[in-house]
Ligand binder design. Structure first.
Ligand code: BES
Ligand code: MN
Ligand code: ZN
Length: 503
């Protein structure tokens, strides 16, 4: 690993640093310099920033080159107003400074950000994540990759060296996010159901997880008619993946994380046309990427007392003489019949059987993540995931975990009256309702396949799975959205006192 992080309690620069990166708040930025730099550097840095009319606005970056002893470069990021400086803003500032340090070829860097308002562990998380995830580069598909020039060592100033012990945890989180990004960004001729099985096998072997893989035949035996209806048009055979992470000691809670795993979504016979950006539908396995990424992290961290099941019904939605007809009626594994009035609403069909399977595990909670609807992107844009849950407690836990992990979610209603829209003249329900409220009816459809009384939440990640231009700690492309929230949620569950004991 190129990067190595170390905590350093004082604001004093460790000797040998060739650069220091600072963050400064708004119009009174000059005060913020106090104590962050060796005293002899202060006047020079101050006057340089003044001459360049530095305003410390969020996103503003200055690179100062100094002569004489000590660090030769000072990188300064504007942070705006201190009131709005949260974990997301801190990660964004670190990511920006990290990219600048990479571009300057700095080898040893001190990060001196104003983290006094954060508790030390969340500051550490933000610094490590901001740096690693902010400098992530994917060059797998280039014939001549550019050599990476990340600093070798990074000092995290203002954090007690005892926190060094937590750095590895953050590295594990970043590795999970990176795995999700790699899977999501890979093109549909590189990642399909069979390669996802290989990825799952690799995780199982490396981390000592249990893996069950169901092929089409095994899915048929289980009556997974909804999932198989989607898979039947594809030349690549489907794979239903089930990884299990068991805690070292006794099990206090069992949870299931389900990810939509469409490695390509052509729409099927309701083919994606016009402005639908069919070529981007490689990222339709973003839910699967997120749960496999979470498996990579959680398999290493093993949160105490929590048994974690990771599911994904993987396939691709294609057209062929074998593909399902619009208008077909199929039977899901809970016995419900579905009129497929739109083959492009395929994700919910695959999730239907995955949710029935998840419910069969008798868990304390199920969370599914899916790039489910374009309507959710219209509602919330590409930075925020939609959250649906009939369970206020679970929804609250997910909101809190997401905030701590600096990912954004917004809860939307499971409007019961909209269930009308899924009524079919022929079957128990149809897979799409009217266009208005399209992501709500999608969530209502999923709810039909969750076992009675099992707390369940659905995250529609169609927006944040991808960032066209890059933002915060996400470079342009796949974001790995969801991994950090899932990991945080599981780890918080491990901290809670017993209760809701698994039988
Ligand atoms: N994978 C898409 C949803 C999607 C669209 C994700 C755009 C990211 C960006 C999903 O399978 C789909 O096609 N949904 C349809 C549902 C419709 C047919 C009711 C949609 O959103 O148009
Ligand atoms: Mn679709
Ligand atoms: Zn889809």
């Amino acid at each position: 690993m190129a990067l190595s992080f170390r905590c350093s309690p004082a604001a004093v620069l460790p000797s040998g640093c060739d650069a220091v990166a600072l963050g400064l708040f708004n119009d009174r930025w000059s005060e913020g310099l106090e104590g962050r730099l060796p005293a002899e550097l202060l006047p020079g840095v101050r006057s340089l920033l003044e001459r360049r009319r530095f305003k410390a606005k969020p996103g503003e970056l200055q690179i100062l080159t100094l002569a004489g002893p000590g660090p030769s470069q000072v990188l300064v990021a504007g942070l705006g107003a201190p009131e709005s400086f949260d974990g997301r803003a801190l990660r964004a500032a670190v990511a920006q400074l990290a990219r600048a340090s990479r571009d300057l070829g700095i080898s040893e860097l001190a990060l001196a950000l104003p983290i006094e308002g954060f508790d030390p562990t969340s500051a550490l998380a933000a610094l490590v994540q901001g740096f690693r995830l902010g400098t992530y580069q994917d060059q797998r598909f280039r014939s001549e990759p550019e050599p990476l020039q990340l600093p070798g060592s990074i000092w995290l100033l203002g954090l007690d060296p005892s926190l060094d012990a937590l750095i590895d945890r953050e590295e594990q989180i970043c590795a999970g996010v990176e795995l999700a990004r790699e899977l999501v960004a890979a093109p549909p001729n590189a990642v399909n159901a069979l390669t996802l099985e290989v990825t799952a096998r690799g995780l199982a072997q490396e981390l000592g997880l249990d893996l069950t893989v169901l092929d089409a035949e095994a899915c048929r035996e289980r009556g997974m008619g909804a999932y198989l209806a989607v898979a039947q048009g594809a030349a690549v055979p489907p794979r239903f993946l089930h990884l299990t992470i068991r805690p070292e000691g006794p099990v206090r809670r069992r949870v299931v994380l389900v990810g939509k795993g469409l490695t390509f979504d052509s729409g099927g016979y309701n083919l994606k046309v016009g402005a639908s950006q069919i070529e981007m539908m490689k990222y339709d396995m973003g839910g699967c990427g997120a749960v496999l990424g979470a498996a990579r992290t959680l398999g290493a961290l093993r949160p105490e007392g929590i048994e974690i099941h990771i599911l994904s019904a993987t396939t691709e939605n294609m057209i062929s003489g074998e593909a399902i007809h619009p208008g077909a009626i199929v039977t899901a594994s809970n016995g419900k019949t579905i009129e497929i009035n739109n083959t492009d609403a395929e994700g919910r069909l695959t999730l239907a059987d995955a949710l029935v399977y998840a419910s069969g595990l008798k868990p304390d909670a199920i969370i599914d993540l899916a790039t489910l609807t374009g309507a959710c992107v219209i509602a919330l844009g590409d930075e925020i995931a939609g959250l649906w849950s009939p369970d206020d407690a679970l929804a609250g836990q997910i909101e809190a975990a997401a905030t701590a992990a600096a990912e954004q979610v917004w809860r939307l209603p499971l409007q019961g009256s909209y269930r009308e829209g899924l009524k079919s003249s022929f079957a128990d329900l149809k897979n799409t309702g009217p266009r208005p409220g399209g992501s709500i009816t999608a969530a209502l459809f999923l709810k039909e396949f969750v076992g009675e009384g099992i707390p369940w939440a659905h995250l529609d990640i169609a927006g944040p799975v991808w960032s066209e231009k890059g933002r915060g700690l996400d470079p342009a492309g796949a974001t790995g959205y969801g991994v950090r929230t899932l990991v945080e949620w599981c780890c918080r569950l491990a901290q809670e006192p017993s209760g809701g004991l698994v039988q």
